[in-house]
Design a protein around this ligand. Structure first.
Ligand SMILES: Cc1cc2nc3c(=O)[nH]c(=O)nc-3n(C[C@H](O)[C@H](O)[C@H](O)COP(=O)(O)OP(=O)(O)OC[C@H]3O[C@@H](n4cnc5c(N)ncnc54)[C@H](O)[C@@H]3O)c2cc1C
Length: 605
C-alpha cells in the first residue's frame, strides 16, 4: 500500500502485476471497467457480497497528493491525471479556444473525475428525475432515486442545516457545508438578494424547487476532497474478494455467441481485453457480468470497438456488428460563459492588493489545514429563473483568482487555458487583468439546454481517441438563455453591495468580437459562441430507455440491449442531463445499479 502525502490515506494494493501473471487462468464474477465516480462505487458495493469476486480495472493510478486540497482542484486540469479530451472543430463555435476546439477534462486515476472535480454536491431537481421516468424509465423517478442519494450520504451539517427528509448520515460519501471567509461572498450574496433572489439554506432540499442563491454542499471531509475512491473503494479495499488493477487500459469487451434454451442464439459478454502498463495485450474473463463504468467518452468507445453501436458507423471502421444501437448519440452538456470578469480592489495600491490577496489565500488554506472545508467564494451559487418558467435555467458560479496567480501554474500555461481551454491570446486578456488585482469570475451556465452532440470512433483502433462533436447552442433559445444569464450578472455588477465592495465588471473584449461594441447584444452573442465552453458535465452517450425505445442503448436495468452479461453504469446512461452538476446523480446511478444487480441474483437483503 502507498501513503498519500497530504492525509493519512493508504491507497488500495495494485492487483495488476498478479493479474498479468495469471491472466487466462483467472475468472471473476464481475469485471468493472473504470474506477471513477460510478465504477469505484459499483465495485465496492458488489464486493459486499462475500461470495462474489470483483475485479476493477482502471486506466489511471493513484491520485497525486494535490488532488486532496479543494482550492487546488484546477491544478489537475490538463495534467497527467486528466484525459484532456478535445472536441472536433465546429462551425460558429470555439473560435477563442485553443485550436478552435473545446477541452473535455476527465479524471484518469482512481476516483476518476470525482478525484479532480470541483466537489460541488448538487443532486438535481425532482423535475429532472420525474422527466427520466416520463421518458419511459420506470423506477427512475424522483421518489425512486431519492433513497439512493440518501444511502450514499454522510451529511455533516448540523443545527438548522440538518433535515432528515433529503439527507442521510450513514453513507460513506461525506457531504459538507463549507465555510468561506472571502469578503466578496457577502457582496455577491447581498447583490443577489437585491435582484430579488431568495436566500436558500439547502439547495438539495427539493421542495420548493431551488431558485435563489446560497451556499452549496461539497464532497469534502475534514477539509479535504472526498472522492468515490476515498468514500467507497478505500474502506472496501481490505476485502478478500475485491481486486483493483491500476494503469490497465481496457480495449474491448469479448463476446461469445451462445445457444440459449429454446434453440435461440444470443451473444454474451465473457470478459475484456486490456493493455498492461508495459503495452502487452491480455485477456481476463467474467462468469457473470462485465460492467462498463468508463465514463461518457470511453464507455461508448469500448462498446463500439466491441461491435455494439450504430451498424453503419461500425462497418465503416471494419467492425463486426453485434448489436445495432445508437451508442455515442445523445451527448448532452451544460454550456458555460466565463467571459464576465470582475476586478477586486483595483483602485488600491499594488502593495496593498498583493498583501491583502496573499493574506486571504493564506487564511483560506489555514482553514483547510485546520480540517475546515472551504472553496472560498466558490461555496456560493445562484440558480436563476430567467424566463419565469417556474424553474432555474441559469446557474451562476463564482470563482476568485488571487492577484497574479493565473500565470503561476504547475505546467506554466495560464490557468485560464488549463481550466477553460482558452487560446493563449484569450487567456492573456485575463492574465493582464490579474496582474492588476484579484479577479472574480461570475460564470452563467445554461442548465436548460436541448442540443445533443455525438461521440464517434476515429478508427477501429481501441487506443485511438474518439471524436467528439458537441453540437452546442444549436437551438437559438439556448443563446437567449445565456444572454439572460449575462444580463443577470451585469445587473448584479450594478448593485450597491458590489459597487461598495469595489468589484468592477471589466470590459473584456475578445479579439474575434471587436466588430461589436462590448456590452451590446451582438457582442455577447459573438462572445458566447467564441469562448462558450464545457463546464465538464457531459453525459448521455449510452442512453437509458425502455425496451421499445430505439434511441436508447441500455434498458432500465442498465443492461446493454442485445447482449447478455453486459451493463453500463455511469454518467453516460442519463437520458437527459440533470439541471445541476453531474457527480451526485452519477453516484446515485451507481448505487441504484448495484442494487439492481444484487436483486437480479437474489442477493438484495
Ligand atoms: C474538472 C471537472 C470539474 C467538475 N466539477 C464538478 C462538480 O463540482 N460537481 C459535480 O457534481 N460534477 C462535477 N464534474 C462532473 C463529474 O465529476 C462527472 O460527471 C462524474 O465524475 C462522471 O462520473 P463517471 O463515473 O461517469 O466518469 P469518471 O468519473 O470520469 O470515471 C471514468 C473512469 O474510467 C476510467 N477509464 C476510462 N476508460 C478506461 C479504459 N479503457 N480502461 C480502464 N479504465 C478506463 C477513467 O480513467 C476514469 O477513472 C466535474 C468534472 C470535471 C472533469
Amino acid at each position: 500500500r502507498r501513503w498519500n502525502g497530504v492525509s493519512s490515506l493508504m491507497y488500495p494494493n495494485d492487483y495488476g502485476p498478479t493479474l498479468f501473471r495469471d491472466a487466462g487462468n483467472v475468472t471473476f464474477d464481475f469485471i468493472v471497467v473504470g474506477g471513477g465516480s460510478a465504477g469505484a462505487t459499483v465495485a465496492a458495493r458488489l464486493s459486499e457480497i462475500p461470495e462474489w469476486n470483483v475485479l476493477l480495472l482502471e486506466a489511471g493510478g493513484d491520485p497525486p497528493a494535490n488532488t486532496e486540497t479543494p482550492l487546488r482542484f484546477s491544478d489537475l486540469m490538463t495534467s497527467d491525471v486528466d484525459w484532456t479530451f478535445i472536441t472536433e472543430p465546429e462551425p460558429h463555435l470555439f473560435g477563442g479556444l485553443e485550436h478552435g476546439r473545446c477541452q473535455v477534462s476527465r479524471g484518469l486515476m482512481l476516483g476518476g473525475s470525482s478525484s479532480m472535480n470541483a466537489m460541488m454536491y448538487l443532486r438535481g431537481t425532482k423535475r429532472d428525475f420525474d422527466e427520466w421516468e416520463r421518458l419511459g424509465n420506470t423506477g427512475w423517478g424522483f421518489g425512486d432515486v431519492l433513497p439512493y442519494f440518501i444511502k450514499s450520504e454522510n451529511f455533516t451539517g448540523s443545527g438548522g442545516r440538518w433535515d432528515a427528509v433529503p439527507h442521510g448520515r450513514n453513507g460513506p460519501l461525506t457531504v459538507s457545508p463549507l465555510v468561506s471567509i472571502d469578503p466578496a461572498y457577502s457582496a455577491v450574496a447581498d447583490g443577489n438578494r437585491l435582484l430579488r433572489l431568495a436566500e436558500l439554506d439547502d439547495i438539495n432540499r427539493f421542495a420548493p424547487p431551488a431558485v435563489g442563491y446560497g451556499p452549496m454542499d461539497f464532497t469534502v471531509r475534514d477539509g479535504l476532497r472526498c472522492s468515490t475512491l476515498k468514500a467507497f473503494l478505500l474502506p472496501a479495499s481490505g476485502r478478500q474478494n475485491l481486486f483493483v488493477a491500476k494503469n490497465v487500459r481496457v480495449t474491448q469487451v469479448m463476446m461469445q455467441r451462445i445457444s440459449a434454451p429454446g434453440g435461440r442464439n444470443c451473444t454474451r459478454a465473457v470478459g475484456v481485453e486490456y493493455v498492461t502498463p508495459s503495452g502487452r495485450a491480455k485477456r481476463v474473463y467474467a462468469s457473470r457480468e462485465v460492467i462498463l463504468s468508463a465514463g461518457v467518452i470511453m464507455s461508448p468507445q469500448i462498446l463500439m470497438v466491441s461491435g455494439v453501436g450504430p451498424a453503419e458507423h461500425l462497418r465503416q471502421h471494419g467492425i463486426r456488428v453485434i448489436s445495432d444501437l445508437p451508442v455515442g448519440y445523445n451527448y448532452q452538456d451544460h454550456v458555460s460563459f466565463a467571459g464576465l470578469v470582475f476586478s477586486d480592489r483595483k483602485n488600491r495600491s499594488r502593495a496593498d492588493i498583493s498583501r491583502e490577496s496573499t493574506d486571504l489565500v493564506r487564511a483560506t488554506l489555514d482553514l483547510v489545514s485546520a480540517g475546515i472545508g472551504t472553496m472560498g467564494l466558490t461555496n456560493l451559487v445562484s440558480f436563476v429563473d430567467t424566463a419565469a418558467k417556474g424553474r432555474a435555467d441559469i446557474q451562476v458560479v463564482y470563482l476568485r483568482f488571487a492577484y497574479n496567480s493565473t500565470r503561476n501554474t504547475p505546467n506554466k500555461r495560464s490557468r485560464m487555458s488549463n481550466m477553460f481551454g482558452y487560446s493563449d491570446q484569450v487567456a492573456r486578456l485575463y492574465d493582464d487583468l490579474n496582474i492588476l488585482s484579484d479577479s472574480v469570475l461570475a460564470i452563467p451556465i445554461n442548465v436548460d439546454g436541448r442540443s445533443t452532440g455525438r461521440v464517434v470512433l476515429r478508427s477501429g483502433d481501441p487506443m485511438a481517441r474518439p471524436k467528439i462533436y458537441t453540437n452546442y447552442l444549436s437551438h437559438d433559445d439556448e443563446i437567449e438563455t445565456l444572454l439572460r444569464g449575462i444580463d443577470f450578472v451585469v445587473e448584479l455588477s450594478k448593485t450597491k453591495p458590489m459597487v461598495d465592495a469595489g468589484l468592477v465588471l471589466e470590459p473584456v473584449e475578445f479579439p474575434d468580437c471587436v466588430a461589436h461594441a462590448w456590452g451590446t447584444r451582438d457582442y455577447w452573442v459573438c462572445a458566447i459562441r467564441n469562448v462558450g465552453t464545457s463546464l465538464y458535465h457531459p453525459v448521455g452517450t449510452c442512453r437509458m430507455g425502455p425496451a421499445c425505445d430505439h434511441r436508447s442503448v441500455v434498458d432500465t436495468t442498465l443492461n446493454v440491449k442485445g447482449v447478455n452479461g453486459l451493463r453500463v453504469i455511469d454518467s453516460s446512461i442519463m437520458p437527459k442531463v440533470v439541471s445541476v452538476n453531474t457527480n451526485a446523480a452519477t453516484i446515485m446511478i451507481a448505487e441504484k445499479g448495484s442494487d439492481i444487480i444484487k436483486k437480479f441474483y437474489g442477493k438484495l437483503l
